[in-house]
Design a protein around this ligand. Structure first.
Ligand code: Q46
Ligand code: ZN
Ligand code: ZN
Length: 311
């Protein structure tokens, strides 16, 4: 197969786009497409300060690389979750995120949960869930809280995450199975800023996972291959497998599923109900907006665990 642009031997075959490209042209095509999506969905402008949440995986490091190549002012944020079940997942992903930043002279903020709050994710999960369920709910709450805190405190305009099309299609599939109106309304490439919450964007939401792997490998990004050990057996992986079966039989189905949803949404299929929005208060501990009248759920969780583990 030959590169559509130069006729040299192709390195990747993007079946769903009917496009084969050699390595240099693929590495040009990905940032060009990303720039197109940033503009199309009005994610951010050239003067805005971007904070990328990096996990040490292929998607977030590739996103950082692409935004840097496109010339944006973009720093990274690594959250040390303290996960070392079976493999030193957090240590290794931290090492790779640091290495990536150092190689390019980029700034990486690091927040270690255990050092900052006294508890890692497995500790918090152990104390709050008491052995019932995976730590992902606790982890999601902590990640949202910390990403917003750093974005706000350090003066970033926008928070970018490396969710790809496979991630977004799996979330959409889950939201559709239960017709979760609230989640369907919030799902999309941009979640606007509101009441002290940073704008969130997903510039890779139209790239297949396979494309992201090809970008990371061909551009020589060293990333952690292992998934978080708690991801094993998760519902989102199950949905991804189902969607991959569909994609195998009907190439492009995943993309159509997601893009049609975005189009339907912009055509008014999901209309925000005319209800009064809850008044948000500021958490007395961290100052972040919360719908509760007291502390936010993250600070409540930390306080509860502090009390439990006190000798
Ligand atoms: S939520 Fe769950 Fe992830 Fe946190 S505990 Fe691991 S799998 S890292 S995206
Ligand atoms: Zn070429
Ligand atoms: Zn709080």
């Amino acid at each position: 197969m030959k590169c559509k642009t130069c006729g040299e031997k192709a390195a990747v075959n993007l079946k769903q786009h009917h496009l084969a490209l050699c390595k240099p042209h693929f590495l040009e095509w990905m940032p060009e497409q990303t720039a197109r999506f940033i503009k199309k969905y009005r994610m951010f402008g050239p003067d805005e300060k971007i904070l990328v949440a990096v996990s040490g995986g292929k998607d977030s490091l590739s996103l950082w690389d692409i935004l840097w190549r496109l010339g944006y002012q973009v720093d990274g944020l690594y959250l040390g979750l303290g996960i070392d079940e079976g493999i030193a997942y957090s240590d290794e992903s931290h090492r790779l995120a640091e290495k990536f930043a150092a190689q390019r002279g980029l700034k990486l903020h690091v927040v270690d949960l255990e050092k900052t709050y006294g508890h890692s994710i497995p500790m918090l999960a152990q104390q709050t869930l008491r052995g019932h369920g995976k730590p992902c709910s606790v982890c999601g709450l902590a990640k949202r809280h910390e990403m917003n805190r750093i974005a706000r405190d350090m003066g970033y305009d926008v928070l970018a995450t490396g969710h790809n099309l496979d991630d977004e299609a799996a979330v959409l599939f889950g939201n559709t199975l239960s017709w979760s109106q609230e989640f369907l309304l919030r799902q999309g490439p941009v979640l606007p800023e509101s009441d002290g919450l940073a704008r969130k964007v997903k510039p890779l939401c139209r790239f297949y996972e396979k494309e992201m792997t090809a970008y990371a490998l061909l551009s020589g990004i060293e990333y952690i291959y292992e998934e978080c050990p708690f991801a094993v057996g998760s519902t989102s992986i199950y949905y991804k497998e189902l969607l991959n079966k569909l994609e195998n039989d009907r190439p492009g189905a995943k993309m159509v599923f997601y893009i049609s949803f975005l189009e339907a949404k912009s055509n008014g299929l999901f209309v925000e109900p005319q209800t009064v929005r809850p008044v948000l208060n500021n958490c007395p501990i961290c100052g972040q907006p919360t719908s509760s009248t007291g502390e936010c759920s993250f600070c409540r969780m930390i306080k509860k665990v502090d009390q439990r583990v006190q000798p």
